[in-house]
Design a protein around this ligand. Structure first.
Ligand SMILES: [Zn+2]
Ligand SMILES: [Zn+2]
Length: 120
């Protein structure tokens, strides 16, 4: 009586980047929406109530809010993404054999630097 109840399903495409390798990714998200849009003059206790503007209903804020709730905590380009090399940042998906040889234990690095300084 006071407005239009919108219900339905929205299928959207979300673009972002992989949480491990930072490559751009795009994936579909489907959400159910339901919201009452009040007529412009309708009284409402809730000042934030959605309203019809002119003769139009803008669904974007509603869809955006719902999509955000559906987003994964850490989106991945694929389930077994190898991520980036912790030493040089190379993408390990492109180069699975990537290595820096036998690296010294990082806890000894300062000591090794000190030893090299003594040698010189
Ligand atoms: Zn990735
Ligand atoms: Zn590396």
């Amino acid at each position: 009586m006071d407005g239009v109840l919108v219900t339905g399903t929205a299928a959207v495409s979300v673009a972002g980047e992989c949480g491990r390798c930072l490559e751009p990714i795009e994936f579909p998200v489907e959400i159910d929406i339901q919201e009452l849009y009040l007529y412009p003059g309708a009284e409402a206790d809730d000042v934030e109530a959605s309203r019809i503007v002119g003769e139009l209903i803008d669904l974007e804020p509603l869809v955006r809010d719902e999509v955000v709730l559906e987003l994964p905590f850490m989106p991945l380009c694929r389930e077994d993404c190898a991520g980036l090399c912790q030493t040089c940042g190379a993408n390990l998906n492109a180069d699975p054999e990537h290595s820096h040889g036998d690296r010294i234990d990082p806890r000894w690095e300062d000591l090794a630097a000190w030893r090299d300084a003594q040698d010189n």
